[in-house]
Design a protein around this ligand. Structure first.
Ligand SMILES: *[C@@H]1O[C@H](CO)[C@@H](O)[C@H](O)[C@H]1NC(C)=O
Length: 221
């Protein structure tokens, strides 16, 4: 009796651990083609669906990732085009997402994390130095050439750096969440609204007040 109870308890613990490691919840129907014209006053965990009778092949297709993004649009020199309910309404509730990452010569996708997804990326152009740091502060790193892939485990801080001073680089990433979310480490620390107290940043990074001002100005400029 006791052993049975222990086994039951252990399987419950194991089961709850596995449940936490899961990505997005499974959809309750074959598909839920997102309705971009859904009511804006109703807040759901996702978008509402169109009438399934109105679903078309085009809802499950997109050319959003076919062209390079504008790497001049941010000061780091990279661009990310992510699937969304606007450009790929049929992907809604499927627990996946895809991104095209373009990186200018010697530019960087700065250290960041995705709170809701693991990521696997494949370099399709150029030469990209990638790496992530685990919770023991160990870095895992690799240089990717076209056709080579790398995994960034869920929630861990990682970066992609185009090591070529002359050639742009491109990578395609898959995520096991429809909405991976992204937090850039430096941007979150120094440019949040409202800002973190200067004292917090001074003590956290062991820098002085002028350093805080300079880093904020560099990141916001
Ligand atoms: C790219 O972004 C920059 C900065 O926002 C802008 O000046 C430029 O016109 C954009 N280029 C294209 C092709 O959209």
């Amino acid at each position: 009796m006791r052993t049975t109870f222990k086994l039951l308890f252990m399987s419950l613990v194991l089961w709850s651990g596995l449940a936490k490691a899961k990505a997005d919840p499974d959809p309750l129907q074959d598909y839920c083609v997102a309705d971009p014209n859904g009511p804006q006053t109703l807040y759901l965990n996702g978008a509402s669906c169109i009438d399934p009778q109105l679903a078309a092949s085009s809802h499950f297709a997109t050319s959003a990732l076919s062209m390079p993004g504008n790497t001049s649009a941010n000061s780091f020199g990279f661009s990310v085009i992510l699937t969304s309910t606007r450009n790929l309404p049929g992907y809604h509730t499927q627990g996946v997402a895809m991104a095209r990452v373009d990186i200018a010569p010697n530019a960087l996708v700065p250290p960041h994390s995705h709170p809701r997804a693991s990521e696997v990326t494949i370099c399709i152009k150029g030469e990209i130095l990638v790496g992530f740091v685990d919770t023991s502060n160990h870095q895992y790193t690799q240089t990717l050439r076209p056709g080579e892939s790398f995994v960034f485990p869920k929630g861990l801080i990682h970066y992609l750096y185009n090591v070529s001073p002359t050639h742009p680089a491109t990578s395609i990433s898959g995520f096991n969440s429809q909405n991976p979310g992204a937090q850039l480490t430096s941007v979150a620390a120094f440019t949040s609204k409202p800002p973190l107290p200067d004292e917090v940043l001074e003590k956290a990074f062991k820098i002085n007040g002028q350093d805080v001002v300079r880093i904020r100005r560099n990141l916001e400029g």
